[in-house]
Structures are given as structure tokens and as C-alpha cells.
Design a binder for this molecule. Structure first.
Ligand code: MV4
Length: 447
């Protein structure tokens, strides 16, 4: 097992990884920007290294500074968390070239899934159902016209280097197609330095359902069920739950087995997520995420597994200590992402926390690096806490979530707590009756 792990991240996820390390008897190294000198992840870590100024590109995205910090402190491994360098194949390769373990998949799998055209091609070859569309990249306008004519309008043009909703254009008819293609290519070229695009049938009212997987280096892979992440605003997830209200046990088992078999065949290792759109009873692959995700605690609450602990053990050469038939799903879990934002305009609201009281009790988990007196810096993502609640049924989970949200006090800054308090009392949400567009209509209404 590793003796010392460097955590290449900040905020709640740095804390989350620190906790898993401590429970495995592993010492931790925090890295931080000058803006994060007073951050909780720095306070709790066994050692810390300042890696640069506030701007992420000079600190948390500075691969050379992070590798130097790992070398100086004698760390054996690096956990990248999510965001920042977590899906940077070159960084993962550099970590390995320095003789350290990267706590995540191989650089080759990260690179493969970072190219959405290659990812989709690979998924299809592995027997995962995909959205109907072009077989690979669109190389000329005539090809786009032909494919769109075959699958039918509306169609969606997506960037190969995109993902997470960046660089997409809808064409509702052939008259809109060439302009959509031209704009998508221009935007992709400018944003990613890669203007490759592909084309898909546009699904108008899907849910966003993703399957968590974890695999070791010895061919053992399991799926850990799904998370319904449909409640989002401008491609930022707001609330996630497991199981999805849209699926029954038979559907879960079916898609889970397809994904488990595919991941095994791919030779994938460590944690990963296969993202699907789900519409009219059918699954359509869209992307694979090769990192630990923000919403992983939802899966931990229903499976009782510690995903970060398993990630670390796998990276250290361990075997997965359970098989698919040992994985059991218990009850229901919901995560609310609490952001330092105005709950109506979603304008960021950094600043000093003047009062702090986190909810507790059975089935309540708060993942946050906040404390009273802490100043939320303006330089990073506005997510400041995740409230994750478990119950034996969805209704029990909702009752518990309402009381936990009512207990939560974050003073001094605006947060999205009021939005969540309203959301968990909304009939359509209570009925589990929502798609990826529902929250944007709901959040547009006055609090
Ligand atoms: C789609 C789609 C409809 N049809 N693909 C947006 C993020 C990126 N990962 C894929 N996205 C979408 N792809 C087809 N063929 C609609 C979306 C989409 C979306 C997907 C998941 C969660 C939120 C979303 C919000 C808007 C659009």
C-alpha cells in the first residue's frame, strides 16, 4: 500500500480523498494556491505545498509544480479528484513517468474517452447502445446531409473534443444543417483547437442517467448501479439521485450487465462512469467519464462502498474485494449541490462565512470544506457543499432531505439552499417526473 498520497485538488473533494487516505493509514500531501492558504484541505493534510498564484492555470492546473511537490515530499501516488487535471492524459502519463502511481485509469483510456468520436466508436464496438448518427466524424457537408436525411431531423452536431455540453448545435431541418455545421466547426476549432464534429439524432426530452463502474487491473469489473442526473441548469448538475425513478430492477440489471461486460472487454481500470440519455424506455450512450465524479457519494450511500478507498487500493495493485453478485443496493440517496450563488440569478457569491451549522443525524452526510470564518475565494467553482441524504425509500429520503436542508445554516454569503428547499417540495420532483429540461423551467420561476 502507498505510504503517502498527494491530493492534486482543493475544496470538498480534497477533504474527501484525505479522509479515505487517513482510514487506510496513508499520509497526505495537500497542494494549494496562495488563495487557499487557509483552506480546510491544507489544515487537515499531514503536509502542504504552495504551488502557485490563485489562477487555476498557474496552480491546480500546473502539472510541473504538482509533480515537483510530489517529488519533494516523497509521495508514492497522486489522486487528481475531479476537474483540473483529472482527465488530462498527458498529466497521468507524466505522473507514471516520474515513478508515481496515478490514482485513476491508464493515460490511454483517458485519451480515448476524451475524444468523443473515438469514445462512441469504442462504445458501439463493445455492444453499448448509442444514439443513431454518423459513424465517426463528419468530413464534408454532403456527408452531413446524407446522414441527417437517413436518421431524420432534428439532429445535433457535437464537437469531438467537446463534452459536458460545450460546442453543440441543433439543426431542425435541412435548411438549418449547413449553418449549424459551419458554426459548430468554427466554435470547436476556436474553443478546443480541434474542429472535428459528429452528428446525432437530437433527443428532445431525455433523462440523463449514468452508470458507475469500478475495475481492478486483473480483469474484475463491477457496475454500481445508476445515478439520475437530469436535474441540471446550463450543464451544471444541481441534484442527483439513485436509484432513478425511471428505471425498474430488470432495466437496471440489463444496462448494468451491458456496461460491466464492456468495461471488462475494454480492460479499463479504476473508477469510471458511462453516461446515457434515456428516452422512451431506451438507453443511448453519450460519453464516458474517466474520473471520480462529484456525485459519487450517492452511489456510496446506496451500495455502502467507499469508492475512493477502492480507487486507492486498485491503484496500489490490489484486487477488487467483491464481485458483481456481492453488490447490493439499499434504499434511496439524493445529493444536493450547494453553490455560493444567488439562488435566483445564479450569480457567484464569494465572501466570508459568518455562521455555519451543518445538519447531521442518521442517513445525513455533508461533504464540504467550509467552516465559520472561512472566506470562499472568487477564483474557483462555486460549489461549496454537497448534502447527501439516504433513506430506506425515496419518500423517507425526501422527508429526511427536507429537514436536513431546513437545518443547514450558511451565513454571510448567498447560497442555493433556498432553491433546494423549494425543489424538494415541488410536486413534479416528488413524483420523479422530470427530464433534462425540467429544472431550467422550474428555476426560471421566482423563488
Ligand atoms: C444530446 C442531447 C440530445 N440528443 N445528444 C449535453 C451534454 C453532453 N454531455 C451531451 N448533451 C446532450 N446530448 C442528443 N443526441 C441533449 C444533451 C443535453 C443534455 C444532456 C445531459 C444533461 C443535460 C443536458 C442539457 C442539455 C442538452
Amino acid at each position: 500500500m502507498f505510504e503517502k498520497v498527494l491530493i492534486a485538488n482543493r475544496g470538498e473533494i480534497a477533504l474527501r480523498i484525505h479522509r479515505a487516505c487517513q482510514e487506510l493509514g496513508i499520509a497526505t500531501v495537500a497542494v494549494h494556491s496562495t488563495a487557499d492558504a487557509e483552506a480546510m484541505h491544507v489544515r487537515l493534510a499531514d503536509e502542504s505545498v504552495c504551488i502557485g498564484p490563485p489562477a487555476a492555470r498557474d496552480s491546480y492546473l500546473n502539472a510541473a509544480a504538482i509533480l515537483s511537490a510530489a517529488t519533494i515530499t516523497g509521495a508514492d501516488a497522486i489522486h487528481p479528484g475531479y476537474g483540473f487535471l483529472s482527465e488530462n492524459a498527458e498529466f497521468a502519463a507524466m505522473v507514471e513517468e516520474h515513478g508515481l502511481a496515478f490514482i485513476g485509469p491508464s493515460p490511454e483510456h483517458i485519451r480515448m474517452m476524451g475524444d468523443k468520436v473515438i469514445a462512441k466508436w469504442t462504445a458501439r464496438k463493445l455492444g453499448i447502445p448509442c444514439v443513431p448518427g454518423s459513424e465517426g466524424a463528419i468530413t464534408n457537408p454532403e456527408m452531413a446531409r446524407k446522414v441527417a436525411g437517413e436518421i431524420g431531423y432534428p439532429v445535433l452536431i457535437k464537437a469531438a473534443a467537446g463534452g459536458g455540453g460545450r460546442g453543440m448545435k441543433v439543426a431542425r431541418s435541412e435548411s438549418e444543417l449547413l449553418e449549424a455545421l459551419r458554426m459548430a466547426k468554427a466554435e470547436a476549432g476556436a474553443a478546443f483547437g480541434n474542429d472535428q464534429v459528429y452528428l446525432e439524432k437530437y433527443l428532445s426530452h431525455p433523462r440523463h442517467i449514468e452508470i458507475q463502474v469500478i475495475a481492478d487491473s486483473f480483469g474484475n469489473a463491477v457496475h454500481l448501479g445508476e445515478r439520475d442526473c437530469s436535474l441540471q441548469r446550463k450543464h451544471q448538475k444541481v441534484l442527483e439521485e439513485s436509484p432513478s425513478a425511471a428505471l425498474n430492477d430488470k432495466q437496471r440489471k440489463e444496462i448494468g450487465e451491458i456496461v460491466r461486460a464492456a468495461i471488462t472487454k475494454l480492460g479499463y481500470r479504476n473508477a469510471g462512469t458511462i453516461e446515457f440519455l434515456y428516452e422512451d424506455g431506451k438507453f443511448y450512450f453519450i460519453e464516458m467519464n474517466t474520473r471520480l465524479q462529484v456525485e459519487h457519494p450517492v452511489t456510496e450511500m446506496v451500495t455502502g462502498l467507499d469508492l475512493v478507498r477502492e480507487q486507492i487500493k486498485i491503484a496500489a495493485g490490489g484486487t477488487l474485494p467483491f464481485r458483481q453478485e456481492h453488490v447490493r443496493f439499499h434504499g434511496h440517496a439524493i445529493e444536493c449541490r450547494i453553490n455560493a450563488e444567488d439562488p435566483e440569478t445564479f450569480r457567484p457569491s464569494p465572501g466570508r462565512i459568518t455562521a455555519y451549522h451543518a445538519p447531521g443525524g442518521l442517513g445525513v452526510r455533508v461533504d464540504s470544506a467550509l467552516y465559520a470564518g472561512y472566506a470562499v475565494p472568487p477564483h474557483y467553482d462555486s460549489m461549496i457543499a454537497k448534502l447527501v441524504v439516504h433513506g430506506t425509500s425515496r419518500n423517507e429520503c425526501l422527508m429526511r432531505l427536507r429537514r436536513a436542508l431546513d437545518e443547514y445554516v450558511i451565513g454571510g454569503i448567498d447560497t442555493t439552499l433556498p432553491l433546494h428547499r423549494r425543489l424538494v417540495r415541488e410536486p413534479a420532483f416528488i413524483d420523479g417526473n422530470y427530464d433534462i429540461h425540467w429544472l431550467e423551467k422550474f428555476a426560471g420561476l421566482k423563488v
